[in-house]
Design a protein around this ligand. Structure first.
Ligand code: CA2
Length: 148
């Protein structure tokens, strides 16, 4: 069960190409390469998946149940604030997950202050830029190693 699934939701494929004042200059490919490198250094396998489609993310979460995934890291993008279905999928597979946001959602518009996922997440990180992904990965690797 020492596999990690790293999910990125709608529009995160644009990372590093637009709105650098909010999301920085790092691309999603950069983030995914770093995740693979850091995970390998810790003897863990990280699989990354990004989709602009809610159903595709839900299908990927369901598949994780039988793929030896011990932990999920997810930046749900805008679905954070809208998707009961994504929450139900994560609750349904009962795989612990960390919710990550690049920006500090609490410093932004009111509609970004509520997350449908946070109430069932093990932990939530926001406002650390793309550095939040590395922090979450370290935490998850510590947890998986403590369980091994
Ligand atoms: O801060 C985050 O990571 C968010 O999850 C990003 C979502 C936003 O809806 C959430 O409120 C907070 C937006 C993802 C869109 O990402 C883009 C990246 C670069 C350029 C345009 C969009």
């Amino acid at each position: 069960m020492n596999k990690i699934l790293i999910l990125n939701g709608p529009n995160l494929n644009l990372l590093g190409t637009r709105e650098p004042q909010v999301y920085g200059h790092t691309t999603l490919a950069d983030v995914e390469a770093l995740m693979a490198k850091l995970a390998a250094e810790r003897g863990v396998e990280a699989e990354c998946f990004q989709s602009n489609h809610e159903g595709a993310l839900i299908d990927r979460i369901h598949a994780a149940r039988t793929q030896g995934i011990g932990y999920i890291m997810i930046n749900p993008g805008g679905l954070t604030h809208t998707s009961v279905a994504l929450r139900d999928a994560l609750a349904g597979v009962a795989i612990p997950f960390i919710e990550v946001h690049i920006s500090n959602v609490h410093k932004r518009e009111e509609f970004r202050h509520h997350s449908y996922l946070s109430g069932i997440a093990e932990a939530v990180l926001c406002g650390f830029g793309t550095g939040g992904y590395s922090m979450a990965l370290n935490y998850i690797c510590d947890k998986l190693q403590a369980e091994a």
